[in-house]
Ligand binder design. Structure first.
Ligand code: KDG
Ligand code: MG
Length: 403
């Protein structure tokens, strides 16, 4: 019987830091899993090397659910992003191995195809409204069907989501960059530029916006009301979801759809949001929410309450994650949309994914398993791995705010 022979934690920085787990079986089959936790990469790498890899050696790679339960319940300490990312890496690698062993692309093992392509949204941003409008035009011209729009709030340097002459990469500094924040300025400004996007480009595409945890529930309710005529596809993370009940207040006041979950790691973190129908899209991801096994469990719960998936797909989720997400998105009935921020070009030298962007849709390859190859020779060219932090937000009075 096949057994896990080795599991390697691979660090590479092709344009940004990525942590990858590669599991190899005694039959010589390999599986890949993403283990990248932005800004806290080495915590997961150590957790895997010191506490998980020794438990994998000699295990039956076919027992995916059992391995998930063993790692989750066996840790005793519940959930947490480091643990859940480490479990996700193992889980994804084992699904990859199962697909390769069966000779089937992963979506076939997850129930088969429910759709031809995965609707994705891309990021448009600008340091001014004119720059944002140009960026939206660029994406629509390229055939994009869904666009997230973020603009620099006047006077608020470093507003979340705004690229300054190139790619947006928030984890950009050896120590956290401190950025100012004004809720008042944002609430006055954001609805006006989103309105300008609709005025210029109309309603023939999906428009999204990420509030990025910056508002209180009542402020979020006000924002949601203000943008109702713009028919957003969603407002994302309007308030931190540390208290799931907080969304009841937002929901009472606005019909703007709500998406939450990119920073959450388990089904229990979204249980109340889903079962009370407080959100419309759940943004949990393969890499941070315990892998395909656990994410499918979350999406199955969501389906009972007409909540759709809208998985996180920022650049800090590696191409391995994006492939895993695209397979799950292809298979599940309640798929909503997939974020596709894109990666630095160097990442494609290390990760060969076979994913294809076709107009506004992402399509998975028919290769067995995830369909991702990890190029060790290319990774060696990007071996220098230096820690990078996400920024910190401070209100204009100097106190710390949610970033
Ligand atoms: O690591 C944090 C980023 O992934 C996050 O800030 C990106 O909010 C984000 C998004 O919606 O992609
Ligand atoms: Mg977000």
């Amino acid at each position: 019987m096949s057994r896990v022979e080795s599991a390697e934690v691979l660090l590479a920085s092709p344009g940004r830091n990525f942590v990858t787990l590669r599991v190899t079986t005694t039959d010589g089959v390999t599986g890949l899993g993403d283990a990248t936790l932005n800004g806290r990469e080495s915590a997961v790498a150590h957790y895997l090397r010191d506490h998980v890899v020794p438990l994998l050696i000699g295990r039956d790679p076919a027992r995916i659910e059992d391995t998930w339960q063993y790692l989750f319940k066996g840790a005793y300490w519940r959930r947490g992003p480091v643990t859940m990312t480490a479990i996700a890496a193992v889980d994804t690698a084992l699904w990859d191995i199962k697909g390769k062993t069966a000779g089937l692309p992963l979506y076939q093992l997850l129930g088969g195809r429910s759709r031809d392509g995965v609707l994705v949204y891309r990021h448009a941003s600008g340091a001014s409204v004119d720059e944002l409008l140009d960026d939206v035009a660029r994406l629509l011209d390229a055939g994009c069907l869904a666009v997230r729009a973020q603009a620099q709030v006047p006077g608020i340097a470093g507003t979340y989501g705004v690229a300054h002459g190139g790619r947006y990469e928030p984890a950009n500094a050896a120590l956290p960059e401190e950025q100012p924040w004004s809720t008042e300025a944002y609430l006055d400004f954001a609805p006006t530029y989103l309105a300008q996007v609709r005025e210029r480009f109309g309603f023939g595409f999906h428009l999204l916006h990420d509030v990025h945890h910056r508002l209180t529930p009542i402020e979020a309710a006000r924002f949601g009301q203000a943008v109702e005529p713009l028919r957003l596809f969603w407002m994302e993370d309007p308030t931190p979801a540390d208290s799931q009940e907080a969304f009841e207040l937002i929901r009472r006041h606005t019909t703007t759809p709500i998406a939450v979950g990119e920073a959450l790691t388990s089904i229990w973190d979204v249980q109340h949001l889903i079962t009370r129908q407080l959100i419309d899209y759940v943004r949990t991801t393969v890499v941070h929410a315990g892998g395909l096994t656990h994410l499918k469990r979350i999406f199955d719960l969501a389906a009972l309450y007409q909540v759709r998936s809208g998985s996180h797909g920022a650049s800090d989720l590696s191409p391995v994650s994006m492939a895993a997400a695209a397979h799950l998105d292809t298979a599940i009935p309640n798929f909503g949309i997939q974020e596709l921020m894109g990666h630095p070009p160097e990442a494609a030298e290390v990760f060969h994914t076979g994913l294809r962007l076709d107009g506004g849709y992402l399509r998975v390859s028919e290769a067995p398993g995830l369909g991702v190859e990890y190029d060790d020779a290319a990774a060696a060219r990007f071996a220098e791995f230096s820690p990078k932090y996400l920024p910190i937000a401070r209100r204009l009075d100097g106190s710390v705010h949610d970033w």
